[in-house]
Structure formats: C-alpha cells, structure tokens
Design a protein around this ligand. Structure first.
Ligand SMILES: [Fe+2]
Length: 396
C-alpha cells in the first residue's frame, strides 16, 4: 500500500498560507515496522514538512527507539544524556522525566499517577506548568476558567557536551480530553490562542526566519549563540517571560562557579540558523532560555552597511542585550497565526524535525487527570550545519 500524505488539520487561528509546507498526516504505513524504502520516504517527508502525524498506531518503546535512531544511526543515548549525573538531578528538567527501564532512551512524560507501566510499578508524573517557571502567573481563578500559557519554547537538546537531536518522537498513550483552553501571551500585545488541553505547540523555525525584516535576517545569518554550561542547571533559579520565549534578566542564574563541573571545550556554540539537509532552507533554531552570549560576524565584503546591525561584528556578553536581541528575532515567529497546536488523541504519534521547529508544552492538568506519553530523542552524531558562504552573501 502506498504512503498517503495529507495536510494537517489547522485550527481557525492559523494562517494557512504560512503552513503550506508545514506538517503532514501520514496514512497507509505502520511507523513501528517500516521497510527501509518506506523509511527513506518518511525521512524525506519529515525534512520537507517538519512534523509528521500518524494516527491510531501501536508502538512499543523498542519500536519507538528503533524508529528514532533510524534518522541518525550513529546516535545512541538520550538527548539529555543519562539520568544519573549530578547535573541532571539539579536540572530544571529532572522532575519531568521518567525512564522506561528496558529502553532507557524512551521517557515517560505526562501527568498524574501511572501504575504498572512498561516495568514501572508506579510513576508520578507532573505536566510542567508555567506557574512554577514564569515570573508572573495566570491567577488560579483564571486558570480554573481555562486560561493558560506556553510553558517554554525550546529545542530538545542538552546544549552542553551533546549535539541537538535530529528528531523527536512523541507517542500519546493516555490523553485526557477536555474543553479548549485559552493560551495567553500576557506581554501587552493582547495575543491569545485557543488550544486543546495539554497541546504541544509547534512553530516553524523556517517561518521564524522568513518573516524577519532584512536587518534582522542579516544579523541572524551572521550570528552564533554560545550556550551556558549545564544550561538547565544554570537557568533553574531564574524565571521565564510570560510568553515562555526566554528568561527575565534579573541576575538569578546560578553563578558559573556553582554549576556542576564543566569544561570550556564542551560548551556549545551553535549557529542561529540551521540548514535543512534536504531543502537547504534556513531555520531559526535558538533555545532562548539557555543562550548566554552572541557572536556576530562582520558583514561580508560588498554588503550594504546602511542600516546594518553590528556591521563590524561583535561579541555580545551582556545577558540582557543577548536576550533582547533574540526575543526581537523570535517573538514574531510565535504569533498566534503561526502556531500549530497538536490536538492529541490516544495512539497518535508525532515525529518532528527538532532542528527545524520550536515547540512548547501548553496547558494545565489537575493531579487526577492522567496523561501518559512516550518521548524519544537521541543526542546527534554531529552538530547542525549553519548557513554557508552563499547564504551569508544572500542575506547579510
Ligand atoms: Fe520538548
């Protein structure tokens, strides 16, 4: 049976013209047992469309690991490394992750208490909530009425020592249904978005770049981000912005000397734009919460200097300046018409190009609402490629 490729159902809030290439539902194949030829087709579709949805599939943790690994056969360990190091225990991610014992690259995430699950007698899960991470919060009364926020826009990546995974697979096992919630940006714009409860929100990193004015495109194509060592430990005491797109600059980050041991050579410095290996498109891929410094190359010879930002290049180390610049470049890309909120159903599988999108947990659940997902991504065998000389000449 041939693979059938159909558009994703978009919510009324979405600007369909911006989603022409983004997202596809795939029918007619079993993602747990793809032939090598089918896999090649799926791989190509993923890099072209950034996110693939398979409905009503059965997928064991072993099959999910095998599928995820097929996108990067030399990768092996979970995207954040193993869960036993000191840095993981202190990390802001730690409470969100439970490992499937016989397939430790697959994590159980969700909400409520899950019993007798794939070798775990009892797993207490907590859906991450903006209330413990953002500087301000939606009031409990409004939360009861279904008002919520994006938790944290991110790329799945350790951002220290390990390379960002190429893909993430998310498989819904228990998915509580409920009324739609209202995701509010609370940044003075009045922006808000109707979302299914517990949605995973996606935006295209390519669109995030494509919609920028030329001076910010020029800055993006010339810039690299230096991430903090052990960024999730570093950011743990700090508070996020109300949009979930970065951190408030209040000086609360853990001082570098209080972090678990780290080495300069393991710190990640990555281009702001990541080049799609199939389409050659440029995707704006920055995890704003972990960013610490910006390294800007000077304009290439012959480029127009008028109106250019940092025409002679710069090494920006002031954290607030770094964050303000990134926010200016990334905020347009999370506007409500550009967000795809996945409406999860049980046995849905989403494969997303982790180097082509940004995503965020959204919503809030009560402790008695049981939600269980399997998530898998693998630290990649190499860092993402940035813009080439031709890209720089074109956009700088
Ligand atoms: Fe994630």
């Amino acid at each position: 049976m041939a693979i059938e490729v159909v558009s994703l159902p978009l919510p009324p809030s979405a600007d369909a013209s911006k989603f022409a290439d983004f997202g596809r539902e795939i029918k007619g194949v079993d993602p747990g047992s793809l032939t090598p030829e089918q896999f090649k087709e799926i791989e190509l579709l993923l890099y072209k469309h950034s996110a693939l949805l398979f409905r009503d599939v059965s997928l064991s943790p072993e099959q999910q690991y095998k599928l995820t690994k097929a996108f990067d056969p030399a990768s092996e360990s979970y995207g954040h490394g193993n869960n036993k190091t000191e840095s993981t225990k202190k990390s802001i991610l730690h409470p969100d992750l439970k490992t499937i014992p016989r397939q430790p690259q697959v994590q159980l995430i969700g909400n409520g208490i899950v019993y007798d699950h794939e070798g775990l007698a009892e797993a207490k899960l907590k859906h991450p909530s903006h209330t413990t991470f953002h500087k301000t919060r939606v009031s409990p009364e409004e939360e009861d009425k279904g008002v919520t926020r994006f938790y944290r826009w991110h790329i799945d990546a350790a951002l220290y020592d390990l390379s960002p995974p190429k893909v993430t697979t998310l498989y819904g096992i228990k998915v509580p249904q409920g009324p739609k919630q209202k995701c509010r940006y609370d940044d003075g714009t009045g922006d808000e978005l109707e979302v299914p409860p517990g949605t995973t929100a996606f935006v295209s990193g390519k669109t995030m770049f494509d919609i920028l004015p030329s001076e910010l495109k020029s800055l993006a194509v010339r810039s690299k981000v230096k991430y903090a060592p052990h960024p999730y430990v570093w950011m743990a005491p700090a508070h996020a912005l109300s949009t979930g797109l970065g951190i408030e600059s209040e000086g609360l980050e853990l001082p570098l000397e209080e972090l678990p041991p780290w080495e300069e050579s393991r710190i990640k410095t990555l281009p702001v734009l990541w080049k799609n290996p199939v389409t050659s498109g440029l995707h704006f891929e920055v995890h704003p919460c972990g960013a610490q410094e910006l390294l800007v190359d000077p304009l290439p010879e012959g480029a127009k200097r008028e109106g250019a930002l940092y025409p002679d290049g710069a090494h920006i180390t002031d954290l607030k300046t770094v964050r303000d610049l990134l926010y200016k470049m990334q905020r347009p890309g999370i506007a409500p018409p550009l967000v795809y909120p996945q409406d999860w159903h049980e046995r849905d599988l989403v494969i997303f190009h982790n180097r082509g999108v940004l995503h965020s947990v959204v919503g809030a659940f009560k402790p008695n609402q049981v939600r269980a997902f399997h998530q898998c991504n693998l630290a990649a065998s190499e860092d993402p490629a940035g813009p080439n000389a031709e890209d720089v000449r074109k956009w700088a």
